[in-house]
Ligand binder design. Sequence first.
Ligand code: NOJ
Ligand code: CA
Length: 533
Amino acid sequence: MAAASTSHEPWWRNAVLYQIYPRSYGDTNGDGIGDLPGITAHLDHLEWLGIDAIWISPITVSPNADWGYDVADYCDVDPALGTLADLDALVAAAAARGIAVVLDLVPNHTSIENPWFVDARASRDAEHRDWYVWADPAADGGPPNNWVSSFGGPAWTLDPTTGQYYLHNFLPEQPDLNWWNDAVRDEFDRILRFWFDRGIAGFRIDVAHMLVKDRELRDNPPTDDTDDWIDQIREQRPVYNTSRPEVHDVYRRWRLIARQYDPERLLLGETHVPDLATLASFYGHDDELGLAFNFPFLFSDFTADGLRAIVDATAAALPADAWPVWTLSNHDVSRAPTRWCAGDAERARCALLLLLTLRGTPVLYYGDELGLPDTAVPVDRLVDPVSIMYQPVHNRDAARTPMPWTADAGAGFTAAGVEPWLPFGDLAAYNVAAQRDDVRSTLHFTRELLALRREYDDLRVGDFVDAGSFDNVWTYRRGDRLLVVLHLGPEPVSIPMPGSGRVLLDTHRTRDGECFARAVEIEGWRGLLVALD
Ligand code: NOJ
Ligand code: CA
């Protein structure tokens, strides 16, 4: 499935993935909302760039309380985004370019408008009642336990019709499914097969660590100052509503299904857990998730020592047969060029060099290839409920704005004069067309790096050996001959080299091809990929 497959290993180990936020990639019918034909229309860009697979954030039917992450129908396309026929056309057009299509699956919760929940809340003996998590009020009439929603406030809402509370670890519009119910498990087996049979190459699994909750619904214990910062904000350790041991049964079951397909289908978990041992557990014994997202890496400081510590600890924590996955940005966090790089293009290229030279599967977020920073979305244009609640501290809309294809009216995203669903950023500063015309651009840098990944097996599957950090410079080897020198600080330094060699790619692009002997001088905020003789 991936163009660069060199071994019997699963295709995703050789692949570069690229996340698309479907409402923001290309709008073909002039309603200001990106759609599936709009992704198909831009496949040439992805092929030119060298992408092996796209992961598209949810495209299934949704009333959009949480922009697609509240699903009303798991087996159809949301009308704002297109039709199943549009999806089939996208999958076929992508396959013709050697690009696989991965979708987003949201199994932890549905929409309140999902017919299962509409039925479940109608009466205590409804057919789908036990598909959700219901509990009687506490003695004082309050929620059944102390669990808090990931978005703040109690994780329970009282449903007056039947006098019980239902669980929602996110918005009240996102009721949690009851994964203790075999009918739910059977239904999701069917959903997986429905999409896999259509040629979908795999799923990114939303809040993969959360599906199964404590059967007794026990209270979570309080945090102390050793806990993860997110848990400290929520003032409770999520012992009983996340990462329960029984969740692993679900992934063992799904992996068996994924392995019935050729090529095997990818299960990529949004394993939003703070510690690497728990993260490692989601790989099982090569019989659970194929890839599990690494949030400690995403939330690291952008320093040589901070990143190095997490990358080395990840290598130590993961089982030998597990394969890491790395990402700089996604639709829930500030983009790396803003969060890590203070908007500085040189630093953004250092981040890309890191992402694309670590051992593991890299996932680019649309716009990463341009070094695209966050967009300053005015408060009256915010549409994400979480951004509305938590801006300016936490603003997800800033990273979800339309892809800037050109600097023209409509940005090549939509027709001129159409107001996009979220505003454009600074089109003159960042757009695909201008960067394609400039061989020194971040776009060309990213493309060169992807080409080098195809050319050098060591960049994809070679061993990773940490070669040490010196002040703000981190060096690591891939395979026997490739070395990455990453300088995440301002002052020029001289780095001793194990021998002579040649620069394959320089983040500034002025030293490509340069030969060196026993040392390399490296300027501030610069990275080099070098081949040793
Ligand atoms: C994680 C998704 O990435 C995020 O966008 C969403 O709000 C929550 N899960 C709830 O589905
Ligand atoms: Ca549209």
